[in-house]
Design a protein around this ligand. Sequence first.
Ligand SMILES: Nc1ncnc2c1ncn2[C@@H]1O[C@H](COP(=O)(O)OP(=O)(O)O)[C@@H](O)[C@H]1O
Ligand SMILES: [Mg+2]
Length: 248
Amino acid sequence: MIKLDRVGLSFPGDGAPTEVLKDFSLTVPAGRFVAIVGPSGVGKSTLLRVVAGLLSPNEGTVTINADRQDNPLPVVMVFQDARLLPWRKIEGNVGFGLEHGQVSAAARRERIHAALELVGLEGYGHRYPHELSGGQRQRVALARALAVDPDILLMDEPFAGLDAITRESLQDELSRIHAATGKTVLFVTHSIDEAVYLADEVVAIAGKPGRLAAAIPVAAPRPRTRGAPESAGIAAQLREQLAEPPAA
Ligand SMILES: Nc1ncnc2c1ncn2[C@@H]1O[C@H](COP(=O)(O)OP(=O)(O)O)[C@@H](O)[C@H]1O
Ligand SMILES: [Mg+2]
């Protein structure tokens, strides 16, 4: 579970500090898929970094409750670029997060295999990153995150760099993986349609400093259909919340 309670965050600048997030509260129960949408610069990546513990808020509190108390790496982040090590084979990249912990070599091989299978890349372990397409490299990044078996996946516009067709297949893959693993997912995107298609709840951030503008549950049954009427209604509501106010 993730719980943010009245979080405020400012970056120091030349003069007054820049307030990026203000009075931001959000609870993500274990196993839930929550999407964060909002325009560029509103503070979405900053929010993920706060949840990941990479930034400390100036105000409010952040509570991360791991489902399993003994989990050494409860939170893992996936970015827009795959950030693979080009000199390592795919299996070496996927196993990267397991090298400094308590995992034995045999267990590591097993986890690498299972993670590659989960993202549909079994048989690719001996290739190098440059031999894969952009979509496949992003699948490897997801496998690397899943291999450490986190309770919480933080995803920062993970599919934004992909073409539309690849993006849709990765969305379906992620939905399937979420259903199969029960991970808690906090997924940032600036695509309202992607958010509504994937999430159990969509949270909109708007304004400067960024505030919670809307939190809308998506009750559509799974597996979902693109362009289902109930999704279109929710997307329209979000567009209205995120629209620039008309100039006075
Ligand atoms: N390390 C930093 N120092 C100063 N300002 C930052 C830093 N990181 C982000 N910002 C500013 O905070 C705001 C929100 O950034 P970000 O969270 O990256 O937005 P988003 O991910 O929604 O596009 C932007 O105005 C950005 O310039
Ligand atoms: Mg960002």
